[in-house]
Design a binder for this molecule. Structure first.
Ligand SMILES: *Cc1c(COP(=O)(O)O)cnc(C)c1O
Length: 825
């Protein structure tokens, strides 16, 4: 169909009508029959979910087509967000709020004897991500759609997303999450949108008629990337961003060779091998996985996305010379870094550009977000593997590096050590440094919080920063208030709207108008009542998932995030044990009753993270069953932390634990969600905690521990964790109880590795150094909590000052400083 015919078709399609309860009911029945194929009188709750999702998807499709047409007509410069991960969670309620029909749909369902609250539970979380990085991508698409930016997301449609975590015998057990079992009701399958992606093969070189050497990549093994489109609507904007996820298919001629040999079964077997490419998400957060399948996944999605971007450009422009005017691409971490040599390959091998011109275009198109400075998380790929899987890309990386090092030589004459530090190839000559490739191939490089960007400029990219200082910018992360306040905490959202109007939903800085209400006792009481009801709901989840009872009059102290040593869940455990000892020894008379909850998944091969999960469960078992402390302390590990769990846990929390070693958490976004929902933070001067502290004021946050500078000095100048153990009795007791089998008499040596990392293994994350400061600060927390009026005042001041932590602010900043794009009307 040509463009005019398309327009005519869309214009004449009968529109979905969500304008009245009656219209919604009629169409729900119709979708139940025509789309789900079930008699409405006998439909299950899941059937109703699918009928409703189809109805809503129809409206989103209308809005998407209108959005796309407007962008096409305006020939708008577009932003492409390339991310291996999107941690979306459920979509139904989100979409209903975006369309402004939540209450109407709830009423329609009620009339039909159904409950929106009940049926939405049947939706699977879309968990195509590990943690913060994937969740950030989801928040950013939401903000782009809400504010009308011409954005477009690319990723992988993993058949198995993040695993489901169960706790069996106190230990994490991973189970595959078959989220597509009943089909994904939001996606549109696009069997026509397919691209070949090539692997392996070899290079041949020959001279063309003008005498230049031409390289050809031949004898490749090919896989087909097929598109699935997921609409991501904005809030009240009528705009929809498309998230295009690639699924691997065997090529249609996969079987010719076998068929000729009459070997039908082997042909089909071969087919499943190529389709493995999009099978599973690697469940590692900030640790590397050097496996070939992962490298192939990275290239697969990057190659398909670039081919698709170029095809879209060609619909309106004959030449790729204008690509940088019309296209800007954001690389979410180094996972899509092969986009840089892939665009070079396409320009040179398919569109006849020479190397220099191709390089000039490429460097204007890409931008790169760095998400971590942890050495174990910086991606490098073995040259031998690249040579086997992507020989043409390795060849181009060598050329890029040669060219780049010439410029380094010119910029830093007589400094040969700079060359080896900045090279795209590591010192041993065996691996490619993907972060260097991204920096060299990008126009802008951003960190994700002020401290992180400073550290990035001062350390890992110091040489690059000297060479091109304007390349490095900061864009602090943000979260979407539509999911993390409006949807997750409707009672608080309604209270806020009643007090200051609804402008905050698309302009979070308006929350500032709440600040005076911190001194209004009637407002504080209503705020406190909402917190209490949310705590009740959270307690219900803890009961369902762990069997433990926690009571809403306790202080709800929560640490939910991926399990990682740098995030220091173990420091929290040391505090819990210290508290327990105080209570047991009669020193806890006036202590505030606390419920300490943990949640988070460990990478399946991460021994220490899994051991800490087990420790938490052992500690919980002993403390929760110790009658001598009655109900003054409870500990729980809530299994299977994910977006849907976060939506219940965060609004029901009093105290948010953000206690990473200073200099290790690039930004954090969990910290923002909690403060936005009226939790107070206990945290280190790390990541965005610093900016949260500056926003809410020193009196409204609990800061402890060494600064990033102090940690850096200690790392350099000799740190002796054992001295803290020798001189601090409470700390010594806690460590000895863990190591001595106090919580696990059945197997007393189980936690010796924990003592060893702390005392003889160097305590890499400075738990021993920060322990005393943490304990003292926790005591200050209790002193404030004892005065509930004072606590609620601070909580309200926190909410009022979270305006800067919306992903809307982040997106406006990317649009202006990095992407140079405008909203399309
Ligand atoms: C926000 C979020 C994260 C990131 O949390 P941090 O505390 O910033 O590490 C991880 N997982 C889920 C499900 C989230 O919603």
């Amino acid at each position: 169909m040509d463009q005019t015919a398309n327009q005519a078709a869309a214009a004449t399609a009968p529109a979905i009508d969500l304008s009245s309860v009656e219209a919604i009911k009629d169409q729900l029945r119709s979708f139940m029959v025509h789309s789900v194929g079930v008699d409405p009188d006998f439909a299950s709750q899941r059937d109703w979910l699918y009928a409703l999702a189809q109805l809503v998807r129809g409206r989103l499709s209308e809005e998407y087509l209108a959005t796309a047409r407007a962008q096409y007509d305006a020939d708008a410069r577009r932003v492409y967000y390339l991310s291996m991960e999107y941690l979306t969670g459920r979509s139904l309620l989100k979409h209903l709020y975006d369309l402004g029909v939540h209450d109407r749909v709830a009423e329609a369902l009620k009339d039909m004897g159904q409950s929106l609250e009940a049926i939405q539970e049947f939706e699977y979380d879309a968990a195509l991500g590990n943690g913060g990085l994937g969740r950030l991508a989801a928040c950013y698409l939401d903000s782009m759609a809400t504010h009308g930016y011409p954005g477009f997301g690319y990723g992988i449609r993993y058949e198995f997303g993040m695993f489901t975590q169960r706790v069996e015998g106190g230990q994490q057990v991973e189970h595959p999450e078959t989220w597509l079992r009943y089909g994904n009701p939001w996606e549109f399958e696009r069997p026509n949108v397919i691209y070949p992606v090539r692997f392996r093969g070899r290079l041949t070189h020959f001279k063309n008629e003008t005498g230049e050497t031409v390289t050809q990549w031949v004898d490749t093994t090919d896989v087909i990337a097929m598109a699935y489109d997921v609409p991501v609507p904005g809030y009240g904007s009528g705009k929809v961003v498309k998230l295009r996820l690639w699924s691997a298919r065997a090529t249609r001629d996969f079987d010719l060779r076998y068929f000729n040999e009459g070997n039908y079964i082997d042909a089909v077997k071969d087919k499943t091998i190529s389709e493995n490419l999009s099978k599973v998400l690697y469940p590692m957060d900030t640790t590397l996985m050097g496996q070939e399948l992962r490298l192939m996944q990275e290239y697969f999605f990057v190659s398909a996305s670039l081919q698709d971007i170029i095809a879209r450009h060609h619909r309106k422009h004959a030449s790729l010379d204008t690509l940088p005017e019309k296209v800007t691409i954001q690389l979410n971490d180094t996972h899509p870094s092969l986009a840089v040599p892939e665009l070079m390959r396409l320009l040179i091998d398919h569109y006849d550009y020479d190397f220099q011109k191709a390089w000039d275009l490429t460097r204007e198109v890409f931008n790169y977000t760095n998400h971590t400075l942890l050495p174990e998380a910086l991606e490098t790929w073995p040259i031998a593997m690249l040579e086997a899987v992507l020989p043409r890309h390795l060849d181009l990386i060598y050329k890029i590096n040669f060219d780049f090092l010439q410029q380094v030589k010119y910029a830093f004459p007589g400094q040969p050590d700079v060359l080896s530090r900045m090279s795209l190839i590591d010192d041993a000559g065996r691996r490619v440094r993907m972060a260097h490739l991204c920096v060299v191939g990008s126009r802008r490089v951003n960190g994700v919080a002020a401290l992180h960007t400073d550290l990035m400029r001062a350390h890992v990219f110091a040489d690059f920063n000297r060479m091109e200082p304007d390349k490095f910018v900061n864009v602090t992360n943000g979260v979407t208030q539509r999911r993390w306040l409006l949807q997750a905490n409707r009672p608080l959202a309604d209270l806020i709207t009643e007090a200051i109007g609804e402008g905050w939903k698309t302009d979070l800085s308006r929350l500032k108008d709440l600040e005076p209400l911190a001194d209004d006792s009637a407002f504080r009481e209503r705020f406190a009542a909402i917190k209490r009801a949310n705590k009740q709901r959270f307690a219900g989840m803890v009961r369902d998932r762990t069997g433990f009872e926690i009571a809403p009059d306790m202080m709800f102290d929560t640490q939910i995030k991926r399990m990682h040593e740098y995030k220091r869940q173990l420091l929290n455990v040391l505090h819990v044990i210290t508290l327990y000892n105080d209570l047991r020894n009669g020193r806890g008379g006036d202590r505030i009753p606390r419920a300490v909850t943990f949640g988070g998944k460990a990478a399946p091969g991460y021994f220490m993270a899994k051991l800490i999960i087990r420790l938490i469960n052992d500690v919980a078992m002993v403390i929760n069953h110790d009658r001598s402390i009655r109900d003054r302390l409870k500990v729980a590990f809530v299994p299977n932390y994910n977006v849907s769990a976060a939506e219940i846990i965060i609004p029901g929390t009093d105290l948010s634990e953000q206690i990473s070693t200073a200099g290790t958490e690039a930004s954090g976004t969990g910290n923002m969600k909690f403060a936005l929902n009226g939790a107070l933070t206990i945290g280190t001067l790390d990541g965005a905690n610093i900016e949260i502290k500056n926003a809410v004021g020193d009196d409204n946050i609990f800061i402890f521990g060494k600064t990033a500078d102090e940690v850096g000095d200690m790392r350099a100048g000799g740190y002796h964790p054992r001295e803290y153990y020798d001189t601090n009795e409470a700390l010594r007791n806690a460590v000895d109880m863990i190591a001595g089998g106090f919580f696990n008499a059945d197997d007393p040596d189980r936690y010796l590795p924990i003592r060893d990392t702390l005392l003889s293994g160097g305590d890499h994350f400075f738990l021993m150094a920060d322990y005393q400061s943490y304990i003292e600060t926790q005591a200050q927390v209790e002193a404030v909590y004892a005065d509930q009026d004072a606590w609620m005042r601070k909580a309200i001041v926190n909410v009022a000052n979270m305006g800067g932590f919306s992903s809307d602010r982040s997106i406006h900043s990317y649009a202006k400083d990095i992407w140079r794009v405008q909203p399309v009307a």
